[in-house]
Design a protein around this ligand. Sequence first.
Ligand code: FAD
Length: 521
Amino acid sequence: MSHNSIHWFRKGLRLHDNPALLAALKDCRHIYPLFLLDPWYPNNTHIGINRWRFLIEALKDLDSSLKKLNSRLFVVSGPPAEVLPKLFEKWKITRLTFEVDTEPYSQSRDKEVMKLAEENGVEVIPKISHTLYNIDRIIEENNGKPPMTYVRFLSVVNAIGSPKKPVPAPTKEDMKGVSTPFFEDHEEEFRIPTLEDLGLDTSFLGPNLFPGGEQEALRRLDEHMERTTWVCKFEKPQTSPNSIIPSTTVLSPYIRFGCLSARTFWWRLADVYRGKQHSEPPVSLHGQLLWREFFYTTAVGIPNFNRMEGNRHCVQVDWDNNPEHLAAWREARTGFPFIDAIMTQLCQEGWIHHLARHAVACFLTRGDLWISWEEGQKVFEELLLDADWSLNAGNWQWLSASAFFHQFFRVYSPIAFRKKTDKYGDYIKKYLPVLKKFPVEYIYEPWKAPRSIQERAGCVVGKDYPRPIVEHEVVHKKNIQRMKAAYAKRSPEGKDDKTTTKGIKRKAPSIMDMFEKKAKR
Ligand code: FAD
């Protein structure tokens, strides 16, 4: 039978390693590559303009690659459950393919769509390619529970074996006998919207440092893989959060939208590592991809993963409701230059280093402001180019010591934390130009500078730059006590987080321990 197939692009905005797209092309007469602008996704959250730009660029790139195969991308607006049945009928569709998406919103959407497809006599083929492994299989292998420590997680995936190899992109050969029926008015009906079409104010756009799209993702991957020594020696704690040029790959936005397949990245790393000495998980680049997989697994296995309430692995904390402090944090007005520089970079550029995320997340939650990690998660969801439901929720729980990481008495200092990687405060001066004339000794603590120095630097604290909104030395000690009280009330299930399942009790090594152990070598 010759099929009329829709391949529904959601994440997975690429041609390489796209098994669902290949499945759509099998025994196919007409292929309709489709992207839906779904008004409900991502559920109740706001997407910042920099991420919209990334998405639009990724769609344009996809359309241009499809054109090379004599095909086109069809962009349609509307809720999938309304739009798809109409398209099934209009295009006489017999097969629908897509990449599996494990987020709760996507799962319920896909369940509904699969039911509608069945009612319309449409065969559905979902394929796994967003993650390295089948996440359900990892949970199954761990006795039906998500592994709660990285060490346990590693032992489960090691038992499963290496991730599958990526599949090649479709070629003109694969497209023989397959056509996409598009017409001259394609641009009118199915075109990719502009930012203006979406009603967005482009004056808020930041510099376009990370253009979206598969071609850009593969180019960046190639560039990194050529740096074989850097790849082999890569250890996350040794990278700097405040270098002016990113010290890690910044492939995260590309992986998040699926412009780059995690499996392609994995196997390219394996090629570089072959026959050479190289770093190992958790600190290596393979290790980073496994962190991603770890949080995907916990996100699937733990109900209400992006919330404190109803999330039985999350410590229940009496966070404060303080809109003024939350706004000061979000708008880079805390009076702590390191924190404000990071939040400025996030807002303008949409990407910040992992340890910079550590610093601002710890500051917002258990470190200084005692504001819920869910509030921080929302701000990251809006501003990060790589905002990812599972990774954002998992890492916020980690940093707020609500789950996975329990050494709440170890608090980052917003002053001293990164002095050693940026002694002269160049990072701060770049993102907070108001402080650029400040002498080096005061750049992390401008409020300590004598008034005459402040005046000479053209920046008086309290007038041109805010005073610190809290006294770190006082609040962080108080917060440790509050955290101690929250931990004392923990449920037995939460306490189990520190141990592994299968009855073997092991102390969970914290990432800080692992980092520090490596750093001491
Ligand atoms: P590299 O160091 O080059 O790592 C390569 C890839 O590994 C990354 O692209 C990413 O896909 C994965 N990875 C690396 N670190 C982690 C990690 N800790 N957890 C999961 N995957 C990881 N990452 C996101 O992609 N989306 C998010 O929404 C997100 N929210 C975060 C929130 C907080 C509070 C924190 C502390 C971290 C968050 N991270 C998130 C994880 C991490 O900071 C980023 O993945 C990383 O900094 C991206 O930069 P990179 O591509 O240069 O990473």
